[in-house]
Design a protein. Sequence first.
Length: 279
Amino acid sequence: MSPYLLFEKSVKEALLEDLGRAGDITSEAIFSKNIQIEATLVARKSGILCGTSIALTAFKLVDPEIRYENLLKDSALINSGDIIARINGSATSILAAERVALNFLGHLSGIASLTAKYVSKISHTHAKICDTRKTTPNLRALEKYAVSCGGGSNHRFGLDDAILIKDNHIAVAGGVTSALRAAKEKIGHLVKIEIEVDTLDQLREALNEGADVILLDNMSIAQLGEAVKIINKQALSEASGGISLDTVATVAETGVDLISVGALTHSAPVLDLGLDILL
């Protein structure tokens, strides 16, 4: 199912935020409603496109009579000057939807573009780049969709779809073993268990209790390499904590299976896109 089916409400709320109580008083003061224009959505910088249907939704919610043609699809590599979509319709309607459409399109394309850079850095290894739950409130599904458009993989979508035992859980439960055993007693047979470990001793303890995935938190490169040897394919290994574009290749070369990067969603710069009126 397309994530866009879930987010018409978010687009509508963004439009209401922008249009306020009186609408676009600038355009409505300058133009009559019957003035028709043609416009294009254009890339100002290169990157990976994401959010085309969100942009379409913004324009259509403002005015169903707008004619909107996507020329490029999500996940496409775009270069500066590429035309993403053509739009025809009322000038007041197109300008009323412009900023909301570009905000979503630029934000999601920025996430996809940053993800693609991380993926490219580790293409010589078997590791996968994953996102986290460090997402914009109420936009998680769209932001995780953007990660997938950039070639990344999705971690859990929320607290309800997988067990991830973190350091605070371990502290309250009284240790790795007690936390894992308590979780196993209560979960269904289809639910995977991941546990975060900070030391190699905790790693061995987690393996003894049959964890499915081991999150190796803030470990050095040497520790990651040793951890991969200890795991020896008994579980999936995931590296996490402060991993950047400068370090991700070295992390991947240790042999870990997964690398989670919160920056994909919480720090991705917006991809510069614009709307040009054709005169």
